[in-house]
Design a protein around this ligand. Structure first.
Ligand code: GLC
Length: 447
């Protein structure tokens, strides 16, 4: 009798827990995080676009007035040089597609407060105040969608130009404690964010959250608003704890980030926006290796371009996008939909796994002076080939002892003719999910 009662109780608890969790979710998160972020996990390459009036003088986006390298007035004078005269959003989208990127994120509004769309909240936008006199955001969103790219909108929570936002310059605040003015700003901020929800972005890329707390931003409310409007959308981490995925910046992580979902955002040279003096571009080879580094840790690379004020993309950046595209188009199967590779120590280089974990990809970013080596692989190899070329490779296993559980050394020959000029990729089809020997070795006890 007692047993029956506890059993009924248990069922009731489970049912009510189930009910609660579906209620909590169905209010604005109908899809699980895994479902929403699946495309992102598979995407691997995205292109970031920093386009704004800072391209006119070729100076740091927003920071140049905040850090007082230029006065706010002079910074804003750049509005007169932002013409967008040769802006061709279809070409941008095609070029991004050609690079092999699956998504793109554009600065709808940077910290300087200049909106690229015709915001009804105030006048500081490219339609009402820039020489261009047009909405440059909407045509890009449409063009990117036509190319089947996922679209992300970058939005700076902080707005150093808004008269009721507290922070203005590094050493000058408009006010410290003024609930009324802050309320005015929050209303404006929500107004702009609401306008952006009309684009139904696949991704929101917030920035500038460091200046206020989650409560002040009303971060929870922002998240709810976005997911209510677009239940499939995803949000980067810069929303004071209310985002979905991590966004390390510039430095490639050394260890795999703890958040299963992450993206490294990085500049091609040392600037986010167009700065003609900055010629320190990373080479295509370096960028491909950085991409592979991210892939091997289960992440994405969000690589930035900075178009000119007339809307053209600097030639160096076009060349880089095309160069990366040559490599990605050849190596699709070892890029999209892959998962982080095997732990270090088994192979001297980057690795990744297929979703089913039965294909191991090796990325060879240098010229080997002998056969490649894999240690500790317990699986049988079914087949091995060069990605993008199909050539079957021969291999041999050395040093396997019948009495020991330590796998033998697997040597793979990679002839020069099949090597890629940047990163050669080798696919190894295993007899099942990858299975690795992770122990300290064994000594003989009987023979
Ligand atoms: C930083 C900077 C900003 C840049 C962003 C890109 O947060 O404030 O200027 O747009 O990084 O990740």
């Amino acid at each position: 009798m007692v047993r029956k009662k506890t059993c009924v109780l248990k069922v009731a608890i489970v049912l009510s827990l189930l009910f609660c969790s579906t209620v909590a979710k169905s209010q604005n998160e109908e899809l699980s995080k895994e479902e929403r972020l699946e495309w992102f996990k598979d995407a691997k390459l995205g292109i970031f676009i920093h386009w704004g009036i800072y391209s006119v003088n070729g100076i740091d986006e927003s920071w140049s007035f905040f850090n007082k390298y230029i006065s706010h007035q002079d910074y804003m004078n750049q509005l007169d040089g932002f013409t967008a005269k040769k802006y061709d959003p279809e070409y941008w989208a095609k070029l991004i597609k050609e690079s092999g990127a699956k998504y793109t994120v554009i600065t709808a509004k940077h910290h300087d407060g200049v909106a690229l769309w015709n915001s009804k909240q105030g006048d500081l936008n490219t339609v009402k105040q820039a020489k261009a006199k047009k909405d440059v955001l909407t045509p890009f969103v449409n063009a990117a969608r036509k190319e089947k790219l996922k679209v992300g909108l970058y939005y700076s929570l902080l707005d150093w130009s808004y008269p009721d936002y507290p922070n203005f310059l590094r050493d000058k605040k408009r006010y410290t404690d003024d609930a009324k003015r802050w309320k005015k700003f929050t209303k404006f901020n929500f107004g702009q964010i609401e306008e952006l929800t009309n684009y139904n972005p696949d991704l929101y890329w917030f920035d500038g959250d460091w200046e206020q707390s989650a409560e002040q931003w009303k971060a929870k409310g922002i998240r709810e608003l976005l997911l209510d409007k677009t239940p499939t959308t995803i949000i980067n981490s810069r929303l004071q704890g209310y985002g979905d995925y991590a966004t390390p910046e510039q430095g490639v992580p050394i260890t795999k980030p703890k958040n299963n979902y992450w993206e490294l955002c990085m500049t091609m040279n040392n600037s986010w926006g167009y700065q003609p003096n900055d010629k320190e571009y990373k080479s295509v080879n370096q960028l491909i290796r950085i991409l592979v580094d991210c892939i091997s840790m289960g992440g994405n690379l969000l690589l930035d371009i900075g178009p000119k004020p007339d809307g053209t993309i600097p030639q160096e950046q076009i060349d880089i996008l095309k160069g990366i595209g040559d490599w990605t188009s050849k190596h699709k199967e070892a890029i999209y939909g892959t998962r982080a590779g095997i732990p270090h120590g088994h192979f001297n280089g980057y690795t990744a796994l297929s979703k089913g974990k039965n294909i191991l990809y090796l990325y060879v970013d240098n010229e080997p002076n002998g056969p490649l080596l894999i240690k500790g692989l317990k699986n049988k190899v079914n087949r091995m080939w060069v990605v993008g070329n199909g050539t079957k490779l021969s291999y041999n296993i050395v040093g396997k002892q019948y009495w020991s559980s330590v796998p033998g050394l697997l040597y793979i020959d990679v002839p020069k003719e099949v090597q890629d000029k940047d990163v050669t990729v080798i696919a190894i089809l295993l007899d099942g999910e990858v299975d690795l020997y992770r122990e300290e070795g064994q000594k003989i006890e009987s023979n």
